[in-house]
Design a protein around this ligand. Structure first.
Ligand SMILES: Cc1ncc(COP(=O)(O)O)c(C=O)c1O
Length: 422
């Protein structure tokens, strides 16, 4: 028998909003009439399937990670590593994470007390935000931001404040004065993301130093999402935890999904001082407790391998150039990213030619006009914010697709946008 939840249970008069509504609202998904929209990513991916368009919207690789890592997971399954892994993660993976942080960044991390394996970076982020913030606190992110950061802040009941990351001659750069102005005495946490989705910016030492100064002045915790740490093109990725006085107030989050092209395995982690990690563990253990038992030893092996991510970054740099040149030829103005899978393109030219209002309208029409799917920058901004207005004409494309797919997509864009009529 179906269980029918009467809508009055969800919308009792005078009850106010539940956390799911705060979450939906924070991610820009709650309509005025109380209905919830699907994310723009889901909408655009469905549109790609329906129209047969090339999906340069969602960022997932079209080629799997290394065979030896897949074989290691298969072997782990066959060896019987199929029951609950320890809540903190298997010891060999915690050890490999600590070793990775030491080898790449000189960070001293105790694998016994300062590392927690999570269900992707997403769980690490949400558990960190839920564990350490509450209503009345302010949580600062850069804007545009990755949507799950905003959703988790909404879930915690804290207030989301932002500092803009806007395009200029040196790419998308942080407005340091705006950052200082946004940091009130109620600031509890700064959620960073570098290399940054959606802009592809890699924050410079000066920008990170400004952020670190604000965090220390306001006694705020920094949560840093570094899932694209190895996917940089010439720019140096600097973990904020390596800056003076920052390791003791920073939770560093990463994931094997992007580094090893195994996004579906959802093996992520967070590390930081043991008191902060204890707080995150307390929440995390009641979200999933543990996950991915046979994948964890496989990722432990992979983390010793620097060649795979280096080769991926080199091939992504070529694919970035292919996509950027093709977008320019199709009339977009691009800001070349220094990291990640993504490029932000200003569509002012095509918008003016086609008489379209903004990037949202363009993305909804792009499958029919050109057979390509992209994501509007608005999906990464708060509705009506100054940053949303400044980036209204921008759209995000991914280049984590084969050169052949990218070539076909940019040919379609050039042809489709040239021949389309207003
Ligand atoms: C900035 C950022 N953080 C986190 C994630 C999700 O990571 P995971 O799949 O490990 O949960 C993504 C995926 O697109 C991302 O772009």
């Amino acid at each position: 028998m179906d269980i029918v939840v009467p809508m009055s249970t969800l919308h009792s008069p005078g009850r106010g909003r539940d956390r799911w509504q705060d979450t939906a609202s924070a991610a820009g998904l709650l309509a005025d009439d109380g209905s919830v929209a699907v994310t723009i990513f889901a909408e655009m991916s469905a549109l790609a399937v329906r129209t047969g368009a090339i999906n340069l919207g969602q960022g997932f690789p079209d080629v799997d990670g290394p065979e030896y890592v897949k074989q290691a997971a298969i072997a782990a399954i066959q060896e019987g590593r199929n029951q609950y892994a320890p809540g903190d993660g298997v010891p060999e993976l915690r050890g490999a994470i600590a070793e990775h942080q030491k080898r790449h960044y000189g960070l001293d991390v105790d694998p016994a007390t300062e590392v927690l394996v999570t269900t992707g970076a997403t769980e690490a982020l949400t558990a960190s935000i839920l564990a350490l913030t509450r209503p009345g606190d302010e949580v600062l992110t850069l804007e545009p931001f990755y949507d799950s950061h905003a959703a988790a802040i909404g879930m915690s009941g804290a207030t989301h404040v932002t500092a803009p990351l806007l395009p200029g001659p040196d790419g998308f750069r942080l407005d340091v004065d705006a950052l200082r102005a946004a940091a009130s005495p109620r600031l509890r946490m700064i959620v960073l993301n570098s290399p940054h989705n959606p802009t592809g910016t890699v924050l410079t030492r000066d920008e990170l130093t400004a952020i670190a100064t604000v965090a220390r002045e306001r006694d705020a915790i920094v949560v840093t999402d570094e899932v694209y740490e190895h996917l940089t093109f010439g720019a140096e990725h600097i973990p904020v935890a390596t800056l003076p006085g920052m390791a003791e107030r920073t939770l560093t989050i990463s994931s094997s999904g992007k580094t090893f092209s195994l996004t579906g395995w959802k093996v992520g982690w967070v590390h930081g001082p043991s008191d902060l990690v204890t707080a995150v563990r307390t929440v995390k253990q009641f979200l999933t407790y543990t996950s991915g038992s046979p994948f964890q030893p496989a990722i432990a092996q992979a983390l010793a391998d620097d060649d795979t991510p280096r080769a991926l970054a080199a091939s992504l740099a070529d694919r970035r150039d292919l996509l950027c040149s093709g977008l320019e030829a199709a009339g977009f103005t691009v800001t070349r990213p220094a990291g990640t899978y993504f490029v932000m393109a200003d569509a002012s030219g095509p918008l003016a030619r086609l008489g379209l209002r903004d990037g949202v309208e363009l993305c909804r029409r792009l499958p029919e006009l050109a057979g390509v799917v992209a994501i509007p920058a608005a999906a990464f901004c708060r509705g009506g914010s100054p940053t949303a207005k400044a980036l209204a004409s921008h759209v995000r494309f991914t280049f984590v697709k084969s050169p052949d797919v990218i070539t076909r997509a940019v040919e379609r864009l050039a042809r489709g946008l040239r021949t389309a009529t207003p």
